[in-house]
Design a binder for this molecule. Structure first.
Ligand code: PEP
Length: 252
């Protein structure tokens, strides 16, 4: 069976006090409910060390929301992969549509960031997804395949042991609009086929592919019931323990 993962992307939300309060609640509920899904939280850089320390006896893992592609140097305001591993962070989200759209992160840059993350033994949650215009024009399958090819297809097959994909249609992020479970399944099956064509079934069948875009406790079960949907990357609903736990436990 493929790994099931529910990851909460806090974005620019939660100061250290709010973040610690949230993970204390999550840690006690995860300990009590022992969910099937692996649980991940992604606080902002400044709160990573505090959250890692708070979660040291918990099964919840911690991801950064971004990192720089360089190991060190004159890059004011940036954070490197080894700085993350040094404080106990185990994962990093790369290529979120907000990073692509607002900060102009290209596929080429994301390929470099992925290399730097893997070199630091960070698991990469690599985000892909089409814009509304691209879905309307019918180019969504091509767009998503292109993002995967340009961002990841320079890697050796073995690197995929440390890659998780997150399909997030941009039109469904933070909009309250969700892809239907059928639309999610259709794209996830396509993604698995694209990976299979390049690396073969042994890589494709074990690759976790998460869905992201307005997942809530009320729709998670149906979306996660689809064969190729292995969990979720959650934005807004990751900020309240009750909502997030409703999604985390949707596989149980
Ligand atoms: C996200 O930002 O990755 C996301 C899926 O956000 P939301 O759940 O709020 O749509």
């Amino acid at each position: 069976m493929r790994r099931k993962i529910v990851a909460g992307n806090w974005k620019l939300n939660n100061d250290i006090n709010q973040g610690l309060a949230l993970v204390k609640e999550l840690a006690s509920q995860v300990a009590e409910k022992n969910p099937t899904a692996e649980v991940v939280v992604a606080p902002s850089f400044v709160n990573l060390a505090g959250v890692v320390s708070e979660l040291k006896n918990s099964k919840i893992e911690v991801a950064a929301q971004n990192m720089n592609e360089n190991a060190s140097g004159a890059f004011t305001g940036e954070v490197s992969g080894d700085m993350l591993t040094a404080i106990g962070v185990e994962k990093v989200i790369l290529g979120h549509s907000e990073r692509r759209a607002i900060y102009g992160e290209s596929d080429e840059l994301l390929a470099k960031k992925t290399d730097a993350a893997l070199a630091n033994n960070l698991e990469v949650i690599f985000c892909i997804g089409e814009l509304l215009e691209e879905r309307k024009s019918g180019s969504h399958f091509e767009v998503v395949a292109g993002q995967i090819e340009k961002g990841l297809f320079h890697l050796e097959a073995s690197a995929f042991d440390n890659i998780v994909l997150a399909y997030e249609p941009v039109w469904a992020i933070g909009t309250g609009e969700t892809a239907s479970p059928e639309q999610a399944q259709e794209m996830h099956a396509h993604i698995r086929k694209v990976v299979d064509a390049k690396y073969g079934a042994s890589v494709a069948t074990k690759l976790p592919i998460l869905y992201g875009g307005s997942v809530k406790p009320g729709n998670a079960k149906e979306i996660f019931s689809k064969e190729d949907v292995d969990g979720g990357l959650i934005g807004g609903a990751a900020l309240k323990s009750e909502d997030f736990m409703g999604i985390v436990t949707a596989f149980d």
